[in-house]
Design a protein around this ligand. Structure first.
Ligand SMILES: *Cc1c(COP(=O)(O)O)cnc(C)c1O
Length: 711
């Protein structure tokens, strides 16, 4: 942080010369000076250069208005105003709260002023650094010598070996030096919530509008287990989103609870819908409790908010309606909802506490904010027993947390604080909107086929678009009004092949082909459905990345329309089976897979596969215990009808469990099996298109086996 902007003071010698002196004095203490042309230029400079650490300007010329504008961009940025001894200093107290310092135009004072600027810069750095990260940086700077773990000792051990040195040089000195043991007492403790770690949690809670927040170093997979372990004691019944993340299935395998599933809808595109309002209502739950063996009134509920495809709930309704002691919103996908008004009322921490209920929100900080992988948070609103909760927390937390992950979790919060955070999220939304409009424009102008976007017919500014019962674009049947909203930054691109009612057309381009092409261009798609692709416009997506994506999509169209050989358009696919793809052209490959999907009516099958749940014979916990006791055997996929599945079976996509441990496919739920078989069949016909199915094992002969309980 050493760049300072100086607004031009040209015009009067008595102003120019002191500034020239100051320039030299600042350079002498390693500052870099830049000279914006005018006010616009300066504001753009601040917006685009996060390393700028100060602005110097002439008070006679710019005064308060400029300060206010700078403040909107970064309320902590130091501002230095030079005033003529005669200029009026009509600043009020609240103005002084802005980071303005005044100096006079005098010769011979440059060094003194430069030192004060240096001081203010240090204070600025201290202000924007959150507590734990600041303490960690200071600790590393002091260069203390320890005799504790980790064994690489600030990187020294690596440098004693050739391969270790390669590793050291790749990651750099500070990565090593900041990877320290929990015995460093001045940093406090993550597990005991003390010292700078405690300050970090309090800081995060303030930023995320929580009463209490926890940093979790092993992803939301672990955060979810911590919350569930505390909230659902053995023997209790829980309500849980059927479209839950696998970590929650794992929770149910660890903890002896009886699940009752919320049943979400699903549209023809294969997009996961949300849970209808009726599922949250007392009568529905009462019926389910009655119909479920060993179930009692649920204590705890888990809802995925947002869904994978970016649908957010009206959380106020859910918090008010659900008659349980605690509600957990698994918001792994949306750690940013507190930082833009379009998300108000659509997140766990939004609004006040709800009397008599505890609200949890878990977020994968690493997924859409800036933090290292595994960085996650638990936010709490409501009364929990801190000691007991912490027991569950510690049960799932390593006693050797990686401080880099912890500090990055805290830094992600610091980045979101105040005006700067709002601006970052606002920009992501704007970028996503521009991208959506661009696809729509190209779609309208395009000859022949083009991609489409899953969104309302007309979009204008930033908002979360409601799914309404009287609009058709979303493709959901019987949708509740004021219940679900599409997040603009989750962009689902549609390829031709199917309309919103699930009607398949003769011509189609399965999305997996486009995904493979993009992958070759270095663009990784978040999720690929039969005819849709999901892209996330997180704050790391800048204009160049958005343009590259657009470019790659149109390049694919061009190559497709030219009907190039698979070998040329998808060389990596071709390499997987050169003989098979030898002379094949892209249109033929697309048509063949499309026909296979059409023949089996995949969209309809997918819809039916998720419509009726397989029968629960044992709870996930008891099924897994059987597996641990060796009471399982492996059978071919098609032989699993009438048998109890030992594991969860989860095809990707759609990335949510299809069969839970302890469940059985019966005649009523045959579509579940047919859906799995179709996924396997596509893979067996077309090398490179194998579906990844958690819980099913591909054998040498290409068939899949699964584990079932012995009879
Ligand atoms: C990714 C995800 C998780 C797990 O988060 P990690 O940080 O990867 O462990 C949990 N729930 C949902 C809904 C997710 O999408």
């Amino acid at each position: 942080m050493n760049v300072i902007a100086i607004m031009n003071h040209m015009g009067a010698f008595f102003k120019e010369e002191p500034i020239r002196e100051l320039h030299r004095a600042l350079e002498a203490i390693n500052f870099k000076l830049v000279y914006p042309n005018d006010r616009e230029d300066l504001l753009k400079l601040i917006e685009n250069n996060a390393r700028l650490c100060g602005v110097i300007f002439d008070w006679d010329k710019y005064s308060l208005d400029l300060c206010k504008e700078i403040n909107k961009l970064n309320e902590h940025l130091p501002i230095y105003a030079f005033a003529n001894t005669h200029s009026s200093l009509d600043v009020s107290l609240s103005d002084l709260r802005m980071q303005v310092r005044f100096f006079e135009y005098t010769l011979g004072a440059a060094e003194d002023i430069a030192n004060k600027i240096k001081q203010s810069t240090d204070e600025y750095v201290n202000t924007i650094l959150p507590p734990l990260t600041r303490a960690l940086f200071n600790y590393v700077r002091e260069g203390k010598y320890t005799f504790c773990t980790p064994g690489h000792m600030g990187g020294t051990a690596f440098q004693k070996s050739p391969v270790g040195s390669l590793f050291y040089d790749f990651y750099g000195a500070n990565t090593m030096k900041s990877d320290i043991s929990i015995s460093v007492s001045e940093l406090g403790s993550l597990l005991d919530h003390s010292g700078p770690h405690k300050e970090a949690e309090e800081y995060i809670a303030r930023v995320f509008n929580a009463e209490r927040s926890y940093m979790v170093t092993n992803g939301t997979s672990t955060a979810n287990k911590i919350v569930g372990m505390y909230s659902a004691p053995a023997g209790s019944t829980i309500l849980i989103d059927r479209n839950c993340h696998k970590s929650l299935t794992h929770l149910m395998m660890m903890s002896d609870v009886t699940p009752i599933y919320f049943r979400p809808t699903r549209n023809a595109y294969g997009i996961l819908g949300g849970i209808p309002q009726s599922e949250f209502q007392h009568e529905t739950i009462a019926k389910r409790v009655k119909a479920t063996p060993n179930a009692s009134w649920p204590t705890h509920a888990v809802i995925t908010n947002s869904t994978y495809d970016g649908l957010l709930y009206n959380t106020d309704y859910i918090k008010k309606t659900l008659d349980v002691k605690s509600i957990h919103f698994d918001s792994a996908w949306v750690p940013y909802t507190n930082f833009h008004p379009i998300y108000t009322g659509k997140s766990g921490m939004s609004g006040d506490r709800v009397e008599g209920k505890v609200i949890y929100e878990t977020q994968s900080t690493h997924k859409l904010l800036a933090a290292f992988s595994q960085a996650s948070m638990i936010h709490v609103k409501g009364d929990v027993n801190q000691e007991t909760f912490n027991e569950a927390y510690m049960m799932h937390t390593t006693t050797s947390p990686h401080y880099g992950i912890v500090a990055s979790t805290e830094t992600a919060a610091a980045m979101m604080r105040g005006n700067a955070g709002k601006r970052l999220i606002g920009e992501s939304i704007e970028r996503a909107l521009r991208f959506r409009k661009e696809i729509k424009r190209l779609n309208a102008e395009s000859e022949g086929w083009f991609y489409d976007v899953w969104q309302p017919e007309h979009i204008a500014g930033a908002e979360c678009w409601p799914l309404r019962s009287d609009s058709a674009w979303h493709g959901f049947k019987d949708i509740d009004n004021d219940h679900m909203y599409l997040d603009p930054i989750k962009v689902t691109i549609l390829t031709p092949g199917m309309d919103k009612n699930g009607q398949m057309s003769d011509f189609g381009i399965p999305a997996s082909l486009v995904a493979k092409y993009l992958d070759q261009q270095g663009i990784v798609v978040e999720k690929t459905g039969p005819y849709n692709l999901l892209f996330l416009f997180s704050i790391g997506i800048d204009k160049t990345k958005a343009l590259s994506l657009l470019r790659a999509l149109t390049d694919f169209k061009r190559a497709f329309d030219l009907n190039l050989r698979v070998k040329n358009i998808l060389p990596s696919l071709w390499r997987e089976a050169p003989d098979f793809y030898k002379d094949m052209r892209i249109q033929e490959l697309a048509a063949n897979i499309h026909q296979l999907i059409q023949r089996h009516n995949l969209p309809d099958l997918m819809y039916r596969a998720f419509e009726n749940l397989p029968a629960m014979v044992l709870t996930p916990y008891h099924a897994f215990q059987k597996e641990l006791h060796g009471e399982v055997e492996e059978v071919y996929l098609e032989e699993m009808v009438g048998r109890v599945s030992a594991n969860m079976i989860l095809p990707y996509p759609p990335g949510v469990p299809l069969i839970m441990p302890g469940e059985m496919i019966t005649d009523e739920t045959l579509p579940v099996l047919e859906f799995l078989q179709l996924l396997c069949e596509i893979g067996s016909h077309y090398p490179g298109f194998e579906t990844d199915i958690h819980g099913a094992y591909r054998q040498e002969d290409g068939r899949y086996t699964v584990k079932v309980l012995k009879e």
